[in-house]
Ligand binder design. Structure first.
Ligand code: FAD
Length: 461
């Protein structure tokens, strides 16, 4: 008998999920259900959750290769934000201003919906809606912050949705170094992602969903999810595999798996927090190009992450890519630059995982009624909230409910496929390197870098 890996070692979040993460039973033969969901991350589990809540008689099987929460859902930065994974201006250009506003409002509601369901289902995911502070630490970043607020207003945001902070206001929330100002949005909660995804798994099982773990799906097609143990026949088959999607036959170029990596410090003492602030557990970042993100955990650590790890040839996803010493060292350096007082603190956890980037950086959800095949994904780094909206939307699509959700602009959106290799590898890695170079150049010259605009053109977002 083979023993399951110790999934608690995947990340700080898995280790502190408050349970052993022992896999549930695998599928043992053929099965007939109404809906087969492939992947037990947030997307798959929210879909199962809302389907069963809306129709307690619907038969659902969720098929998961490892354990629920194994993927990005159990490893992320825990920003449950209203950020939709496509710029509001892009949504407006493509689908019109009213659609962009509707999308934004739906995302704002989603942050509260996650907190509401966690509370009613008794999922203790350390939900704290403290908002997000985006720091501006150079004059170029400050100009970007100002432009960000202006653009949000143009696209219908209320003044309280996103406001500019003075240096003093920004520092009173996040007392990092070199703060010149920033922006604040109240629409974000810090959460413990593994507790949320594991709690959701327990909840859907309690509602009568069949969750099979250690059950890899080898192919999906109309009416069928194929596994080594048996065939799952279903009227609807939902693909909820995000960064792992290229591993399914026929989907190699659907999204590019790009790694985001994180570190967590040991719990930091009260003296640190009385100086650093983050009193409402605000999530924080700054206006550099290469994304960084942080949160104060419920047990008073700093959990801090960023992109910068390379994209791997052929959209490969392997466990050894979760850890990259050079990226961890850089994350520690940046964290210490923001908060010099962490210099004495131990980094106790290092981990990472793949997120899914569609070619046009535009997340989508949809259901092809002719084949019964549904999907949601391409969230880039903003899937914690968006997956909940995806789950509610997929439930409405499957049940044929003509709701406001199914009219949102991302429903049925199709991203074109990524280029074949080696173009994909060359393009994405050149883009990642240029983001870092653009940040260095801006720090050095104090002027906006033209490289960033070039990257946006190159990667098509
Ligand atoms: C380090 C990191 C930090 C991030 N930070 C944030 C953040 O702070 N805020 C935010 O909004 N987003 C963040 N994200 C993105 C966010 O975590 C994801 O967008 C979201 O979790 C995607 O959920 P999902 O259910 O679609 O995919 P996943 O959670 O990746 O789940 C997919 C599941 O499918 C399973 N699977 C794959 N292939 C198969 C198969 N063939 N058969 C059966 N099962 C299969 C996998 O094992 C996995 O469990 C981050 C991502 C990473 C990696």
């Amino acid at each position: 008998m083979t023993t399951a890996p110790d999934y608690r070692r995947l990340s700080f979040w898995h280790e502190t999920a408050g349970e052993p993460l022992a896999p549930r039973a695998a599928l043992a033969g053929d099965l007939d259900v109404d809906v087969a969901v492939v992947g037990a991350g947030f997307t798959g589990l929210w879909t199962a959750y809302y389907l069963r809540r809306l129709d307690p008689s619907i038969r659902i099987a969720v098929l998961e290769r490892e354990v629920a929460g194994f993927g990005a859902s159990g490893r992320n930065g825990g920003w449950c934000s209203a950020l939709f994974p496509a710029e509001p201006a892009t949504v407006a250009r493509r689908y019109g201003r009213p659609a962009a506003i509707a999308m934004h409002r739906a995302m704002v509601d989603t942050v509260d919906e996650v907190g509401r369901v966690a509370a009613i289902e008794g999922i203790d995911c350390h939900y704290a809606k403290g908002g997000t502070v985006m720091l501006a630490r150079t004059p170029v970043q400050l100009a970007r912050a100002t432009a960000d607020v202006a653009e949000a207003r143009e696209l219908g945001a209320d003044p309280e949705d996103l406001r500019l902070l003075s240096a003093e206001e920004a520092r009173s929330r996040v007392a990092a170094t070199k703060v010149l100002g920033g922006t604040f949005t109240p629409h974000c909660a810090s959460i413990h992602p593994s507790r949320l995804v594991r709690g959701l798994a327990r909840t859907v099982v309690g509602l009568g969903v069949a969750l099979y773990e250690q059950t890899p799906v080898t192919a999906v097609r109309a009416g069928l999810a194929q596994t080594a143990a048996g065939r799952v026949r279903a009227e609807f088959v939902i693909r909820a595999t995000e960064g792992y999607t290229p591993g399914l036959p026929g989907y190699r170029r659907a999204v590019a798996p790009v790694y985001s990596l994180m570190i967590a410090t040991e719990p930091l003492p009260d003296e640190f927090w009385s100086a650093a602030a983050l009193a409402s557990r605000e999530t924080f970042s700054d206006y550099r190009h290469l994304i960084i993100y942080g949160q104060r955990t419920a047990d008073n650590r700093l959990a801090f992450g960023g992109r910068g790890a390379p994209y791997h040839f052929g959209s490969a996803v392997k466990s050894e890519f979760d850890r990259d010493p050079a990226v961890f060292a850089e994350l520690r350096r940046v964290l210490q630059e923001l908060f010099p007082a962490v210099a004495d603190a131990a980094v106790t956890h290092r981990w990472g995982g793949p997120l899914g980037i569609p070619r046009d950086w535009f997340a989508s959800v949809g259901l092809d009624r002719a084949t019964g095949l549904g999907w949601a994904g391409g969230y880039v780094g903003d899937g914690v909230g968006t997956t909940n909206l995806a789950g509610r939307t997929l439930a409405d699509l499957v049940l044929g409910r003509d709701s406001e959700l199914v009219r949102l602009p991302w429903v049925g959106h199709r991203s074109r496929r990524w280029e074949p290799e080696p173009l994909r590898w060359l393009g994405i890695n050149a883009g990642l390197r240029m983001m870092t170079a653009a940040d260095r150049e801006e720090e050095r010259t104090g002027r906006p870098s033209r490289r960033a605009a070039l990257v946006n053109r190159l990667l098509g977002h």
